[in-house]
Ligand binder design. Structure first.
Ligand code: TYD
Length: 204
């Protein structure tokens, strides 16, 4: 494999995508001897961690518009400082959440205009598109039970919000079936991991 890939992991809070990202990273390094970079949004190494702090812990009023711009600022930094340099160096970048999170959470969840979010996402990413996006789909009841009571600002948004987010992801997957693949996340970690490897192997 000579070319760099950009793979994003998406789904509602508690879907298990972070576990799957780490498993794939280990597998690609150990079994395939590939150079892998792991990053996340919000909260890529460095400035992103500061932005994440505000997004998840600020306890005053946050307007939906401001929230969206903070996610976008974090994304711009992640793309310029981590993702694009790694892909140019032919590395595989695994990113925990990306543009589809903003469409699903701020668009379908909070009700912001989706066309506008798409436009802003294009600016923040300098048009970089993931080669593959995996949506880990799970019912909200199970996901909420996994998150538990100790939740952050976003996670305390309620069941109705998360159902809208989940349906948002499924709608996106129908609109872009080549890029976005849905995996049933209500199964064992090992079964899901096998599906993830299969999707990776199907990349051009
Ligand atoms: P995080 O703890 O990273 O959640 P998870 O481990 O489930 O990925 O918190 C990120 C939160 O921010 C999560 O609730 C989803 C939300 N989010 C958005 O609302 N919009 C976005 O654009 C992004 C990247 C995340």
């Amino acid at each position: 494999m000579k070319k760099g890939y950009f793979i994003t992991f998406e789904g509602v809070d508690g879907c298990g995508k972070t576990t799957q990202l780490e498993l794939l990273a280990d597998y690609l390094r150990d079994e395939r001897d590939l150079a892998v970079i792991e990053t996340r949004e919000p909260g890529a190494k460095g400035l992103g961690e500061k932005i994440r702090e505000i997004l998840l812990n600020y306890d005053g009023e946050v307007s939906s518009q401001c929230e969206a711009f903070l996610f976008l600022a974090d994304r711009a930094q992640n793309i310029d400082v981590i993702v694009n340099p790694a892909i140019r160096a032919n590395k595989i970048v695994l990113c925990d959440r990306h543009t589809d999170s903003t469409v699903a959470y701020q668009g379908y969840g909070r009700g912001l205009d989706i066309e506008e979010i798409n436009m802003l996402n294009n600016i923040a990413t300098r048009q970089r598109k993931p080669d593959l996006t995996i949506v880990f789909d799970i019912d909200i009841e199970t996901a909420m039970n996994r998150v538990g009571k100790d939740c952050d600002r976003m996670e305390s948004s309620g069941k109705e919000f998360f159902n809208a987010v989940r349906n948002g992801y499924l709608t996106l997957a129908k609109m872009e079936p080549n890029r976005i693949k849905v995996v049933n996340a209500a199964r064992s970690i090992e079964e899901i991991h096998k599906d993830v490897i299969k999707l990776f192997d199907e990349l051009d």
